[in-house]
Design a binder for this molecule. Structure first.
Ligand SMILES: CC(C)(CO)[C@@H](O)C(=O)NCCC(=O)O
Ligand code: NA
Length: 507
């Protein structure tokens, strides 16, 4: 970035960022010290199975709404119009199927880890394969989740990269390790409120700054950014109704149907009905989140259609677009940049805390407990806390690994995260929908699905490398950052990977 264009963070903005961390920590400590003080694994890993549907639904949404979505979606709409909005159609089946097929199966088996199902249905080997795959998938995801917002913030405001990574990583590790799933869910609720508040405030002030609603509308119509429904059946076309609405169903099923982070939330609910309700309530929450991001993209378009900061090389990647918009247009509104940065890091904290908690759960339940069936509860709980802490450190290490690889792996990492989800979804579907399927078929399907996913994924990455490593002039941080478009493009690749992964696992 041009030094003269460097934007600066004011004290009040910094204070808001710190307040977010302090409040999250306070919620965590409250749950560490209240109730029975997290002395059993049921309390620590399953929130005492006492959760109601409202906090559950907000937490479900927050888990897979990371900073990638917060900065990526508006940038996608800015560049390619509102076609991406049609992914919202996939939420219908993508939530109805988990609510009425996956939740009843998992809830009635009284599981703690989703992978216990695989042993009950197939055999131990399938369970272990599933667990290892999940661990691999989430470790990659949390590295991306923590690094992306810190990098974008650093590029636009010069905010210390490792300061942001370490502060968020450590705070998140501590509140998750002390407060358990209850702390994770209630911080998610708080962070969701901050997320919506930040986006809403930016949109309201942004609309005024951009010259009002009718002006924005005229601009986006002129710029052809309101997309009609694209029913082109060609699957290689980027973002059509079919790739988004149908591909999105697979993405949603793998995230909201069989991913341990979400299954753990369903299982922590007071009753099965409450779990199903929470799944229903995610629908409006996700629609609001998607709607806000799309509107923000359109407001940005109205401001910059004639004068794009990307073309002017004020910024070097589309990921920096949203932050640049805020620092450029809204800098005079003291505190607003800080509120948005709090929103961005809320998205990130709520994602990585869920990852820590679910990783500790599967490691404990699937890998350790089976070998020590007589382990006493207090010891098992202590071990779970230590595991949570350890995964927090692994997350920081992952962020560093991504940094060492010059950030160019962000996009590949996100693809791998998505593509590994396909075969995992496939093996659960095999168990639930195909009564005749046996263990050999399940292991073969899972392994073959993973190999194929990697092949497609790495192939996709290799063919995209030239565009990722393009040298961008005036890049102060010298980090080749995959653009939001590439990230969303990778989501599309991900969708294809899912379908192939699922299909292969079924046959
Ligand atoms: C779950 C969806 C598809 C909901 O729009 C979206 O939030 C998403 O793609 N999430 C995963 C990527 C991320 O934001 O971390
Ligand atoms: Na999140």
């Amino acid at each position: 970035m041009d030094v003269t264009e460097q934007k600066y963070f004011s004290t009040i903005d910094f204070v808001l960022f710190v307040l977010l961390l302090v409040a999250s920590m306070a919620i965590g400590l409250y749950y560490a010290l209240s109730g029975r003080q997290q002395r059993t694994t049921r309390e620590f890993l399953l929130a005492d199975q006492s959760m109601k549907c409202l906090p559950l639904s907000l937490s479900l949404m927050a888990t897979f709404q990371s900073a990638v979505a917060i900065v990526g979606t508006p940038a996608e709409v800015f560049t390619n119009g509102t076609q991406y909005w049609f992914i919202g159609c996939s939420y219908i089946l993508g939530l109805l199927i988990p609510a009425h097929i996956f939740i009843p199966v998992f809830y009635r088996l009284h599981l703690t880890s989703a992978y216990q199902y695989l042993e009950l249905r197939f055999c131990k080997a399938v369970r272990i394969c599933g667990t290892i795959t999940f661990i691999f998938q989430m470790i990659i995801y949390m590295g991306v989740g923590i690094y992306t917002p810190a990098l974008a913030l650093n590029a636009v405001t010069g905010f210390h990269l490792w300061g942001a990574v370490l502060a968020t990583g450590l705070v998140c590790t501590i509140y998750t390790a002390l407060g358990g799933l209850k702390a994770v869910i209630w911080t998610d609720v708080f962070q969701t409120v901050v997320m919506f508040a930040g986006q809403l405030a930016v949109i309201i002030v942004g609309v005024q700054q951009a010259g009002g609603l009718s002006h924005i509308w005229r601009k986006v119509i002129e710029g052809n950014r309101i997309s009609g429904i694209d029913l082109n059946p060609d699957p290689t076309v980027r973002h059509t109704f079919w790739t988004l609405a149908l591909g999105g169903v697979f993405l949603m099923l793998s995230l909201y149907g069989v991913n341990q982070t979400q299954v753990q939330r369903y299982l922590s609910s007071r009753t099965e009905k409450e779990a199903v309700m929470s799944c229903y309530m995610v629908f409006p929450c996700l629609q609001i989140a998607l709607g806000l991001s799309c509107v923000m993209g359109l407001v940005m378009f109205a401001c910059y259609s004639d004068n794009s900061p990307l073309d002017n090389q004020y910024i070097t990647s589309k990921d920096q677009m949203v932050l640049y918009f805020i620092m450029d247009m809204l800098q005079d509104f003291s505190g607003l940049p800080g509120l948005f940065v709090a929103c961005l890091f809320s998205a990130s904290l709520s994602t990585i805390s869920s990852a820590f908690s679910s990783l500790a759960t599967v490691t404990m339940e699937d890998l350790i407990k089976p070998h020590y069936p007589s382990m006493v509860e207090t010891r098992a709980t202590l071990l779970s806390k230590i595991l949570t802490f350890a995964y927090g450190l692994v997350c920081l290490v992952m962020a560093y690994v991504i940094h060492l690889m010059n950030g160019s792996v962000l996009q590949a990492a996100l693809s791998i995260f998505g593509m590994v989800g396909g075969p995992l979804l496939g093996v659960f579907c095999l168990g639930i929908f195909f009564p005749l399927a046996n263990s050999t078929g399940a292991v073969t399907g899972l392994v073959a699905g993973l190999v194929l996913a990697f092949w497609v994924g790495i192939g996709g990455f290799v063919t995209q490398i030239p565009s990722i490593t393009t040298v961008r002039p005036n890049n102060s941080s010298n980090l080749p950052v995959p653009t939001a478009e590439q990230q969303l493009g990778s989501k599309l690749l991900t969708l294809r990977g899912f379908i192939t992964g699922v299909v292969l696992t079924e046959t």
